[in-house]
Design a protein around this ligand. Structure first.
Ligand SMILES: [Zn+2]
Length: 159
């Protein structure tokens, strides 16, 4: 087993998947310390999970949560009302078909995001990373947008 690279996102990181996981925790720590990083933390979580679908997207619902969340983060400016609608939609009864896992999940990884301690640079990199991961999922954009639409329609029906 190659322990110099994460087998899921391909990042060059000592300890492979375990080392990559520690970096994911690191961004959580930074978010706890800086409100401006906390503001992009959801975006980072969705980007990370869509690069680690074997671990974080085992069920169709979790896959939908992160793919649709990433869509919201990149295409809808991380609108909190939309994030909430996605959560409510997935808490209800929904029948979902899980799309196939992709092999290419974006060239940027959490290693690039955390390369610098500077808060503003980290924020910029989180956004670049999320754009990159979202771009890698081009073949599933329609699925994500349809799910997001379903979440917003479900919200309207409840009112
Ligand atoms: Zn990884």
């Amino acid at each position: 087993m190659n322990e110099d690279h994460c087998p899921e996102c391909g990042a060059a990181v000592a300890g492979g998947l375990t080392g990559c996981q520690l970096l994911f925790e690191e961004i959580g720590f930074r978010a706890a310390q800086h409100p401006r990083i906390a503001a992009v933390h959801w975006l980072a979580v969705d980007a990370y999970c869509m690069q680690h679908v074997e671990r974080y997207c085992r069920s169709a619902k979790s896959y939908a949560a992160h793919l649709t969340g990433l869509c919201c983060g990149v295409e809808h400016g991380a609108d909190r009302k939309i994030y909430a609608a996605i959560q409510r939609w997935l808490n209800g009864k929904v029948v979902l078909e899980k799309p196939p896992a992709l092999n290419q999940r974006g060239s940027l990884t959490i290693v690039d995001v955390l390369a610098d301690q500077d808060v503003e640079k980290t924020r910029t990199r989180v956004k670049e990373w999320a754009d990159c991961v979202w771009g890698a999922y081009l073949s599933q954009h329609d699925i994500a947008r349809n799910w997001l639409q379903a979440a917003l329609e479900g919200q309207r029906k409840q009112k």
